[in-house]
Design a protein around this ligand. Structure first.
Ligand SMILES: [Zn+2]
Length: 200
């Protein structure tokens, strides 16, 4: 089957049209190349709108297709080892730049542990999540930049506190006051003794 594109008026094969449930012949009225052209023009004229649509779409799409996407990324990484190490080097570089732009301090793990002991977040063997107060196994342990580096937080001991890894992934680069998890305001949950220190 063929159809005529209403934009370029060219008769083209069915495969050159995007399928549409709404139209009579089951095809979108513009051919694919016209549609792409139109889309590119619209994006060029509406860059901000496009970005916000795109990130909303990306988020929803990711949530719905998480497993498939993870598998695709894995497959792609296996096929493109050079690209992967390039990207890794780039992100390392970016992180280094960001670190050098914030107030910096050499983090000695001994000093850090001393501070965490004072705060009740380290008992000589285990670390404790500064939000939940729960003991952290090795697999759950991560250190959170309380004020994220991207928001000007310093790379200092007192800004680097132990947090459950899953929680940390949800916090991303949010401030405590901005962070919600499963509908809860997380700043409300920070263990009471730390609240004055963190001014959540
Ligand atoms: Zn066309």
């Amino acid at each position: 089957m063929t159809a005529i594109c209403t934009l370029c008026k060219t008769e083209k094969d069915e495969a050159d049209f995007v399928k549409s449930k709404k139209s009579k012949n089951g095809l979108y009225s513009w051919c694919k190349s016209c549609s792409y052209k139109k889309k590119r023009i619209w994006i060029a004229n509406n860059p901000e709108k496009h970005n916000s649509y795109q990130s909303a779409y990306d988020k929803k799409h990711y949530i719905l297709n998480q497993d498939k996407i993870k598998q695709n990324v894995k497959n792609w990484a296996q096929k493109n080892p050079e690209r992967v190490s390039q990207l890794a080097a780039k992100s390392k570089q970016r992180r280094k730049q960001r670190l050098s732009s914030v107030e910096n301090e050499r983090l000695s793990s001994k000093d850090h542990k001393e501070l965490l002991s004072k705060l009740g977040l380290f008992d000589g063997q285990y670390f404790y999540c500064y939000v939940t107060g729960l003991k952290l196994d090795k697999k759950d342990l991560s250190f959170d930049h309380v004020v994220p580096l991207s928001k000007g937080g310093p790379n200092k001991r007192e800004n680097l506190l132990p947090m459950n890894l899953k929680l940390n992934l949800s916090k991303q680069d949010k401030l405590l006051s901005e962070w919600e998890f499963s509908g809860k305001k997380m700043s409300d949950l920070v263990i009471a003794d730390l609240k004055p220190t963190l001014s959540v």
